[in-house]
Design a protein around this ligand. Structure first.
Ligand SMILES: C[S@@+](CC[C@H](N)C(=O)[O-])C[C@H]1O[C@@H](n2cnc3c(N)ncnc32)[C@H](O)[C@@H]1O
Length: 427
C-alpha cells in the first residue's frame, strides 16, 4: 500500500506516521508513506497557495493550480497502481472501519489531499477528487489530522503491519460490535479487581464472557450500532437471550451485608425458604419438597447462632446455615471421598429470595460462608445438593467447590434422598 499525503505541513504528518507500528512497517517496506508539500508546486513568486474567496467572506481558499500540479506529480510516479484520490473534508461521508476495509481491499495507492483555511477551490474537487471523506461532523483547522487517521487505520489492515489478522478482526467495529473490556497487571488496582473469569484460565468460559461483553457494551455504549446489528449466529442469539433475561433482574445498587439471624427474622427466613421450594418444584427437582426445612429447623439454627441472613440494602435477599456439626450421611460418601484430615463446616438451607434469583446474591452468600469459615478456622467447607439442581451446581463450581461423591440424606418418605456432595478446601 502506498499513501501520498498532499499537505502544507509535510514534516508534522511525516513525523507522526513514521512512529511506532506504522513507522516500523514503512521501514520494512510493507508500506510507503510520502508527505508532499503543496507549496512546492505553486507558479507564483511568493509561493502563495491561497487567495481571497470570490463573492467576499471570511478567510482564504486554497487555489486549484498548486493542488492539481502537486497531484499530477504524484500520479506520474504511480502508473499501473489502483489509485484513489481522497479529499479530507467535513462535507464528506463519515469515515468508518468499513471505509478503511474498502480502501485496503480495492486500492493499492491512496492520495489524501489536506485542505486548510476555508477549504479548497471547488473546481479542484470537481475535476480531480474521487471521493470526499470526513472524520466526523465537526470542523478541523486542516485536513492533516483526518488524513493521518485515515492513513493509520487503513495501514494497520495491510497484511504484515500487525502481527496477526486477529489483532484487528477482534477489535471494535470489525463486525459491528465494540470490543470486550481489557485488563492487564496488577490483578488488584485501587480496590478494583480483574474479573475472575479472566484469571481462571478456562478458555471456553473466557470466549463466552468476552462475546457477551461485546454485545452488552455495544448495547449500552452505542445503541445506534446495536440497533443496526442483524444477529443470526445461534450462539450470539443465545447470549442475547441471556442478556435480556438478566436485564429483568434487579440491579444491586445498594450494599450487600449479612448478619446472624435472630428469632424476629423467622418470617423472612421462611419466606425465602418458601421461594426456593417453589422454584425447585417448578424445575421438577425433588429437594425440599416436603415440610423440610420448616420453622422448627430454622429456629434450631437460629438458637445455635448458625443461621445467617443477607441483605441488599435493608431488604432480606438470602439465607444460609453454617455449622461445624457433621451432617447425617456425609461420612458414608460413595463414588469418591472428602479431603482427609481437614476440619470442616457444613452449609445447609442456603436459599436466595425470588426477587434476587439469578443475581450476584448467590455468589455473595458463598463469600459470606467463606468469611465465617475462615473465622472458625476450619480447613474446608462441605455442602450437598440434588443432582438436578443445576443452578446451585453452577454457583458451587464458580465459587470454587468441587464434586467429591454421592451421599444419602434423611428425607421424608416418598422423596429422593440422593445428593451430590461438594467441598471447597480453604487456603
Ligand atoms: C476550516 S476547514 C474548512 C471548512 C469549510 N469551510 C466548510 O465549512 O466546509 C479546513 C480544512 O480542514 C479539513 N477538515 C475540516 N474538518 C474536517 C473533517 N471533519 N474531516 C476531514 N477534514 C476536515 C478539510 O481539509 C478542510 O479543507
Amino acid at each position: 500500500m502506498r499513501i501520498d499525503i498532499l499537505t502544507l505541513f509535510p514534516d508534522t504528518v511525516y513525523a507522526v506516521l513514521h512512529e511506532s507500528i506504522i513507522g516500523r512497517a514503512a521501514k520494512k517496506g510493507i508500506l510507503e508513506i510520502n508527505c508532499v508539500q503543496i507549496r512546492d508546486f505553486t507558479e507564483n513568486k511568493q509561493c502563495q497557495v491561497d487567495d481571497y474567496p470570490y463573492g467576499g467572506g471570511w478567510g482564504c481558499v486554497m487555489m486549484a493550480q498548486p493542488l492539481k500540479s502537486c497531484l499530477d506529480h504524484v500520479m506520474s510516479t504511480a502508473e499501473g497502481r489502483k489509485s484513489r484520490v481522497i479529499y479530507l473534508s467535513p462535507q464528506g461521508k463519515t469515515f468508518t472501519q468499513e471505509t478503511a476495509k474498502r480502501l485496503r481491499n480495492d486500492y493499492d495507492h491512496l492520495v489524501l489531499v489536506c485542505g486548510h483555511y476555508e477549504g479548497v477551490d471547488e473546481r479542484f474537487i470537481e475535476k480531480c477528487v474521487d471521493e470526499e471523506l470526513s472524520l466526523g461532523d465537526f470542523v478541523l483547522t486542516g485536513g492533516e489530522i483526518a488524513a493521518m487517521a485515515v492513513a493509520d487505520s487503513v495501514c494497520r489492515l495491510v497484511p504484515g503491519v500487525l502481527s496477526d489478522e486477529e489483532c484487528y478482526t477482534g477489535e471494535s467495529h470489525w463486525d459491528g460490535l465494540l470490543e470486550y473490556p481489557q485488563y492487564t497487571r496488577p490483578e488488584e488496582w485501587e480496590g478494583l479487581s480483574v474479573p475472575e473469569v479472566l484469571r481462571g484460565g478456562d478458555h471456553a468460559k473466557i470466549v463466552h464472557w468476552r462475546r457477551k461483553q461485546q454485545l452488552l457494551r455495544t448495547r449500552d455504549k452505542r445503541p445506534d450500532l446495536f440497533e443496526k446489528l442483524s444477529i443470526t449466529d445461534p450462539a450470539d442469539l443465545k447470549l442475547l437471550e441471556e442478556i435480556q433475561r438478566e436485564a429483568l433482574l434487579p440491579v444491586l445498587d445498594k450494599p450487600l451485608s449479612f448478619r446472624r439471624a435472630v428469632p424476629e427474622d423467622l418470617p423472612q427466613v421462611l419466606s425465602i425458604a418458601a421461594d426456593a421450594k417453589a422454584v425447585l418444584k417448578k424445575r421438577g427437582i425433588d429437594q425440599w419438597q416436603g415440610a423440610y426445612p420448616n420453622a422448627e429447623a430454622f429456629l434450631y439454627d437460629i438458637g445455635r447462632g448458625e443461621c445467617w441472613i443477607a441483605f441488599h440494602g435493608e431488604e432480606p435477599a438470602g439465607i444460609f446455615t453454617l455449622t461445624t456439626e457433621n451432617a447425617p450421611g456425609y461420612d458414608a460418601i460413595t463414588d469418591g471421598k472428602w479431603t482427609p484430615d481437614l476440619s470442616f463446616c457444613v452449609i445447609h438451607r442456603l436459599a436466595v429470595s425470588a426477587k434476587y434469583r439469578g443475581t450476584a446474591v448467590s455468589a455473595y452468600l458463598f463469600r459470606c460462608v467463606e468469611e465465617i469459615a475462615h473465622s472458625l478456622g476450619v480447613g474446608s467447607i462441605r455442602v450437598d445438593t440434588h443432582k438436578k439442581n443445576k443452578s446451585m451446581k453452577r454457583v458451587l463450581n464458580e465459587s470454587g467447590y468441587r464434586y467429591r461423591g454421592n451421599i444419602s440424606v434423611l428425607v421424608e418418605p416418598g422423596h429422593d434422598p440422593a445428593r451430590q456432595a461438594f467441598e471447597k478446601v480453604l487456603n
